[in-house]
Design a protein around this ligand. Structure first.
Ligand SMILES: NC(=O)c1ccc[n+]([C@@H]2O[C@H](COP(=O)([O-])OP(=O)(O)OC[C@H]3O[C@@H](n4cnc5c(N)ncnc54)[C@H](O)[C@@H]3O)[C@@H](O)[C@H]2O)c1
Length: 406
């Protein structure tokens, strides 16, 4: 503590932390890294009904074999109830379980489970340790490996949230084997996002090997899927590394596909999967870049064709200029007032459109119109089922209406 004056004291409150993201088979080894991470403490493992159905037995067998003092709490989670209520449900379970200050919460599920448990962990006893075991492709390469948690609030996606690093992340790619195809596509959208901003070769590997990646759920015998996932994790961590808390800059390449997408999700009543909304946002941003002359026509077509090839939508009916214009303003409020729209300048390269004035309504109208015409000319691609597949909400009903973003 430094006395700045007799009546003022300056103190430093930095916190250093690091954690490992490990690809392996945590539930196959009763004395392995997962048991080490729990380190004899009581633990609360939060999972969802779908994951519990698929992997609950393996989890309970592991608990029994390892002798770890862990309780499993099954919570119904979907985008429509990614809310404070479910965070409080987790907190209630932690209290009931008598978790102490150093006892870990463990998220065993998709990105929503990771988001909710992360936020709950920051609140329980003012900050408890937590471990992520992400089970969807999207969570294994994005939502479950970073340090952000959050919930939707008052019609606004991720309005309440936190930055809190996990103590460990354990990933078993075999958990992907049971993913519905729409979830594989949704996760692939986030992989394509990283590829388009940073790694042209990754884009070609994913689009070129798509059929096999989809069929094997990224677990092909040749290890292509594993290399894609490992590379995506590496790219994501590298990208976040210098700006973990988003306090150094609010210009983030990883925000590619995340300017209009939250509004698309809200407008769909959360029926549109996160990655699919990101795909439409990427398509819109790509066409904007093309109109602005930052991207050649061929590059633009290559990106759109790549998205369509993996069955991702490049347009959805909720994507209107009238809705996307205020959506850009809502995103700017999250970025200190600047637009910071990420635009590809090639495959594997990107830049920012900094100011809201740089994105006039007429430009958005032109871009939306181009995507809409393109979609109507290609009635077969992408498959319509991508959006219409039964909403994976674990039985939760979609709210009848959604209000506009903050
Ligand atoms: N915190 C972050 O940094 C961050 C980053 C990106 C996305 N997100 C958030 O992540 C969420 C999306 O995550 P998601 O796509 O994983 O959604 P999700 O958690 O809803 O999972 C998708 C569906 O897959 C099911 N599922 C999970 N694992 C399964 C498995 N192994 N086999 C079969 N089914 C399985 C789930 O029950 C669910 O129905 C969004 O809310 C998004 O905002 C957060």
């Amino acid at each position: 503590v430094r006395a700045v004056s007799p009546a003022a004291f300056a103190t430093q409150c930095d916190r250093q932390s690091s954690y490992d993201v490990v690809l392996g088979k945590p539930l196959d080894d009763p004395i392995g890294l997962l048991a080490e991470a729990i380190a004899g403490r009581p633990a609360l493992i939060v999972t969802t009904p779908t994951v519990d159905r698929q992997y609950g037995q393996a989890l309970r067998d592991w608990i029994a074999a390892s002798g770890v003092n862990a309780t499993v709490e099954v919570v119904r989670l979907g985008e429509a109830n990614k809310t404070m209520e479910t965070v409080l449900q987790v907190a209630t379970a932690a209290k009931r379980r008598r978790l102490g200050r150093r006892d870990p919460l463990i998220a065993f599920g998709g990105g929503i489970c990771c988001d909710v448990v992360t936020l709950a962990a920051t609140l329980v006893r003012r900050g408890s340790p937590y471990i992520c075991m992400p089970t969807t492709l999207l969570a294994q390469i994005d939502a479950g490996i970073g340090l952000k948690g959050g919930v939707n609030f008052d019609g606004c996606k991720n309005f309440l949230g936190c930055f809190a690093p996990p103590s460990n992340v354990f990933i078993d790619m075999d958990w992907l084997r049971t993913l519905p195809s729409v979830e594989v596509r949704s996760g692939t959208a986030e992989i394509i996002k990283m590829a388009l901003i940073l790694d042209a070769e990754l884009f070609e590997v994913v689009t070129g090997g798509w059929q096999r990646l989809l069929r094997t759920r990224y677990t092909d015998a040749e290890g292509v899927g594993r290399r894609v996932v490992a590379r995506s994790i590496e790219l994501m961590l590298e990208e976040l590394q210098d700006n973990w808390y988003e306090d150094r800059s609010l210009q983030r390449l990883a925000d590619f596909g995340h300017t209009f997408s939250a509004r698309l999700e809200e407008l769909s009543g959360y029926r549109l999967r996160h990655g699919l909304a990101v795909a439409v946002d990427m398509a819109l941003s790509t066409v904007i870049a093309s109109i602005l002359g930052m991207l050649t026509h061929d590059e633009c077509e290559h990106i759109l064709a790549g998205l369509e090839l993996v069955g991702l939508p490049t347009f959805v009916p909720w994507c209107t200029a009238g809705e996307m214009f205020p959506a850009a303003r809502a995103s700017a409020r999250n970025r200190g007032g600047d637009l910071n729209l990420v635009l590809p300048t090639g495959i594997g390269r990107a830049t920012f459109l900094h100011h809201l004035e740089d994105l006039p309504l007429t430009l958005l109208e032109q871009a939306v119109d181009r995507l809409q015409r393109r979609a109507s000319e290609r009635p077969c691609a992408p498959p319509r089922t991508v959006v219409a597949e039964p909403a994976p909400l674990d039985g939760i009903t979609t709210p009848a209406s959604v209000r506009s973003a903050a």
